[in-house]
Design a protein around this ligand. Structure first.
Ligand code: PLP
Length: 504
């Protein structure tokens, strides 16, 4: 399997190289040259497997320079950190809606599915390529990626991890989770601004050649754990296929039945994984892309115009507060039949003018594959209340956006195919807003609200979130966007231009 840059299909890398580099030198994203299609017999076999085995089978198709025995070891280690052997259990919400819970990992958000595995893929990729530098993973987070990456990489030999989060873009619980992070190779820093500012700052560091030289002199290299890294995306394909197998095994669907998938979307990583699962032959009819008031993607899918020139809204689903969704670039590359020039032209238009338009044929294809909708905060609050009251299911604020959009989609189209809804975080992670949805009360965002939510609903506080308020804050620095490179240098001990001292 070869990987191409979305901006130049002739720029080709092995899977392990693509994972190591994170982003291509031309600014493009590494994408498989071809999507493998699963045979009928493979689906039959996958049905008999457990989650980790399915993961090995599916990931082996993409990461062809990793041995299945290696992948077995990695998935076993990664997924043993989940609180259930099912890893991504399915709950029946009503007779045609199934909730795929992706929050049973060490940080209670779906990012764990990929970020518990990525450190193993990354360090093994170093070995395969004969590199003995230290990898420094730089992350821009809208809240959940940061903590999941910190947990995944903490104390992994040969790596450091630095996480930047927007000063006023993450919830109090997310912030507490990050600033109390343990581990000898970790760093966390707030950035003044929103997620787009933070992400732009990280991308700048990656593109800064002089900075790259300083790092090289210190025997250090940067990599990314954001969903621009292929190693983040490939583990996410697994749970769509796995859930389909589970539905078949439970007799909830028949062998040739098509389903829909509905995903609360921010950076477009999770739903893109579902798109790849569809390309692999999973019988998905429609991918329903759910947004909050930052509804760039709803407009894009509806009109073929991607326009990020609009005001940024802070919502109760902060992990979806994004106007520039990086992974749309990979979708474009697919829809444009791997035309790197056209993809690059869209991205350069986006960088220069904040928008681009796809042609009619591409726009039509987009609406055949995807449906899209959005819900504002009021609708999301109402959805949480209704889901708990009527269906005895407590969604978090992101999952509630998906449920709300799905209901509108079904009403508008009459398409009531059985649907898998991705539940991307535990409701406890966003406890104050969930409490407000249930009771109308405004609670402050501290860790006390976890017990309050547990008391209200009878659900236990997830183990990883217990006792957050009693842990010491280790990282309290906050900087402007232009100072982020300084933070990286300082944390890595590169400011003197000398060898890497850190141990961040
Ligand atoms: C990251 C995240 C999302 C958005 O996922 P993308 O892959 O960026 O589209 C949605 N919900 C939660 C809880 C998240 O952490």
């Amino acid at each position: 399997m070869k990987y191409q840059s979305t901006r130049n299909p002739e720029l080709i890398k092995t899977p392990s190289r693509a994972i190591l580099e994170g982003i291509a030198p031309d600014g493009g994203l590494y994408t498989p040259a071809e999507i493998p299609v699963l045979k009928k017999g493979e689906f039959a076999l996958l049905r008999t497997m457990g989650y980790s085995e399915r993961a090995v089978w599916i990931i082996s198709h993409f990461l062809t320079d990793f041995k299945p025995t290696e992948l077995s070891e990695f998935t076993a280690k990664a997924y043993s950190r989940f609180d259930t052997p099912q890893v991504a259990p399915l709950r029946e919400y009503d007779d045609k809606t199934f909730i795929m819970e992706l929050f049973h990992g060490p940080t209670c958000a779906f990012k764990d599915l990929a970020l518990t595995l990525l450190p193993y893929l990354m360090t093994s990729s170093m070995e395969k390529n004969g590199i003995d530098e230290r990898v420094c993973v730089l992350v821009a987070t809208s809240g959940d990626t940061g903590k999941a990456a910190l947990e995944g990489f903490k104390d992994v030999p040969g790596t450091s991890i630095i996480v930047f989060y927007p000063d006023d873009g993450v919830s109090e619980i997310q912030r507490l989770q990050m600033i109390t992070q343990s581990g000898g190779n970790v760093g966390v820093c707030a950035v003044k601004g929103n997620f787009d500012d933070t992400q732009t700052g990280v991308k700048k560091i990656f593109a800064d050649e002089a900075f790259g030289k300083t790092l090289k002199a210190g025997a250090c290299r940067l990599s990314s754990a954001n969903s621009i890294n292929w190693g983040r995306l490939v583990p996410q394909i697994v749970y769509y296929i796995s859930s389909y197998c589970e539905l078949l095994n439970a007799g909830k669907i028949n062998g040739c039945e098509q389903i829909n998938v509905c995903v609360p979307t921010g950076n477009f990583g999770n739903i893109l994984a579902a798109f790849y699962a569809k390309k692999m032959g999973l019988p998905i009819a429609r991918l329903v892309c759910a947004s909050n008031s930052n509804n760039v993607l709803t407009d894009f899918i509806g009109t073929g115009v991607y326009n990020s020139n609009r005001s940024f809204c802070k919502t109760i689903s902060p992990s979806m507060d994004i106007l520039v969704s990086s992974n749309v670039e990979r979708l474009l590359f697919e829809l444009l039949r791997h035309d790197g020039e056209k993809t690059a032209a869209c991205m350069s238009s986006l960088a220069q003018t904040g928008s681009y338009t796809v042609g009619d044929a591409t726009g039509r294809e987009l609406t055949e594959i995807f449906a899209a909708g959005w819900s504002d905060d009021a609708q999301t609050f109402a959805q949480i209340n209704e889901s708990f009251g009527k269906f005895s299911y407590l969604p978090d604020t992101h999952t509630a956006v998906a449920l709300s959009v799905l209901e509108k989609y079904r009403k508008n189209t009459g398409d009531d195919k059985k649907t898998i809804v991705a539940a991307t975080a535990s409701p406890f992670k966003f406890a104050p807003d969930v409490i407000r949805a249930l009771t109308g009360e405004n609670t402050d965002g501290g860790a006390e609200c976890l017990d309050r939510l547990s008391g209200l609903t009878g659900l236990p506080v997830p183990e990883p979130l217990r006792g957050l308020d009693r842990r010491a804050a280790r990282f309290t620095q906050s900087v402007s966007r232009c100072k982020m490179d300084g933070v990286v240098k300082e944390l890595l001990g590169l400011d003197s231009g000398a060898r890497v001292r850190a141990k961040v």
